[in-house]
Design a protein around this ligand. Structure first.
Ligand code: PMP
Length: 360
């Protein structure tokens, strides 16, 4: 069966060599006579997988020694609660930049545990830009400042991060982790649901500066305390073993591509192919302008809902799937994560050009 070009926002396309390797190792992982799905998470052979994944991630992202790497569950959505529960202790207030639905959800959850101040927002223009943070009065007493580095639904991303002084910057990096070079030292906590650039759904990655692992709010469940997972090295309970194994394969693949800097270059080229075409098109439009454009999620629209529906139908039939925009914004969205080959974007643009010719 031929594989399609999958532009899904998440879960998303995985590198084909990773899928092939997983298939080869499915019944017998390295002569153990077991699948990784079946083995004890406390076995020696599994320990090599989880420690190997962490070591590779540290190398690829340049994660310094004073940060813990945690492999958790519950998705990025659980982090919306876990961050305030663990960080809003002495200081019961945090600052948020509202750049879309995911930021809003982080705010709503934090409000259950303290004060969540929205200090900047782009809701006046449907979140089609990242607010200018130069003049923002961050609270120097805040427990943390929260941002969403890439806004999956509307297709915006930060090009530079706010300087929050001694207040830790917490980043939801779910949809652009490992897609471009980022200095981990700029952040107190980075978290990401893995189902876009790293692994299948079920794994949540947390990178946390060691000094931020403290005593959480008293009623915090054991599973929602960072300290629990730090002390047991992500093995307090059964971790998402198979997802971590796939993450390791994805990281090995990323390393073989030349690492994050090399991947960033490819991602910039891929995104430029689409944006350049959109900017020159008489039919398609990109609602997000530079310098706010995401490298990972490229939304675009046609002049009418009928044309949008017709495009999606024809694209799907031609093997370009999951291009429908998020239900809250409509239109189309091409998610072009690390694993989307350049060829997929080239062919999509060719298909769009053909559609334009037929409809102009
Ligand atoms: N934040 C961002 C930026 C996302 O894109 C998503 C999921 N698409 C989430 C949070 C929620 O992640 P999860 O489904 O892992 O809870």
């Amino acid at each position: 069966m031929a594989r399609v070009y999958n532009f899904s926002a998440g879960p998303s396309v995985l590198p084909e060599p990773v899928l092939r390797r997983a298939a080869d190792e499915m019944l017998d992982y390295k002569g153990s006579g077991q699948s990784v799905m079946e083995m004890s998470h406390r076995s020696k052979i599994y320990e090599e997988i989880i420690t190997g994944a962490e070591a590779l991630l540290r190398k690829l992202m340049g994660i310094p020694e004073n940060y813990h790497v945690l492999f958790l569950q519950g998705g990025a959505s659980t982090q919306f609660a876990m961050v305030p529960l663990n960080l809003m202790t002495e200081k019961k207030s945090a600052d948020f930049i509202n750049t879309g639905i995911w930021s809003k959800k982080a705010v709503a959850e934090a409000k259950r545990y303290g004060t969540a101040r929205v200090v900047a927002t782009s809701d006046d223009k449907n979140f089609s830009y990242i607010p200018d943070l130069a003049g923002v009065a961050f609270d120097p007493q805040a427990a943390y400042v929260h941002i969403t580095t890439n806004n999956t639904i509307v297709g915006t991303r930060y090009r530079a991060f706010p300087d929050t002084g001694n207040v830790p910057l917490v980043a939801d990096m779910s949809s652009n982790i490992l897609s471009e070079v980022m200095d981990v030292r700029a952040f107190g906590i980075i978290y990401a649901g893995a189902q876009k650039n790293l692994a299948p759904a079920g794994l949540t990655l947390v990178i946390i500066r060691k000094d931020l692992v403290g005593e959480p709010q008293p009623a915090t469940p054991t599973m929602l305390r960072y300290a629990t997972h730090v002390e047991s090295m992500s093995m307090y309970n059964t971790p998402p073993c198979y997802c971590i194994y796939i993450a390791k394969l994805v990281l090995e693949w990323l390393e073989a591509q030349g690492g994050v800097a090399a991947m960033q270059k490819i991602n910039e080229e891929k995104a430029a192919l689409l944006y350049n075409y959109l900017d020159g098109s008489k039919l398609f439009k990109a609602p997000v302008a530079e310098p706010h454009r995401s490298l990972m999620n490229v939304p675009f629209v046609l002049p009418t809902d009928e044309l949008n529906a017709d495009f999606i139908k024809k694209a799907t039939a031609a093997g370009f799937v999951n291009l429908k925009g998020h239900r809250l914004v409509g239109g189309m969205r091409a998610s072009i994560y690390n694993a989307m080959p350049t060829e997929g974007v080239v062919k999509l643009v060719e298909f769009m050009k053909k559609f334009e010719t037929e409809n102009c």
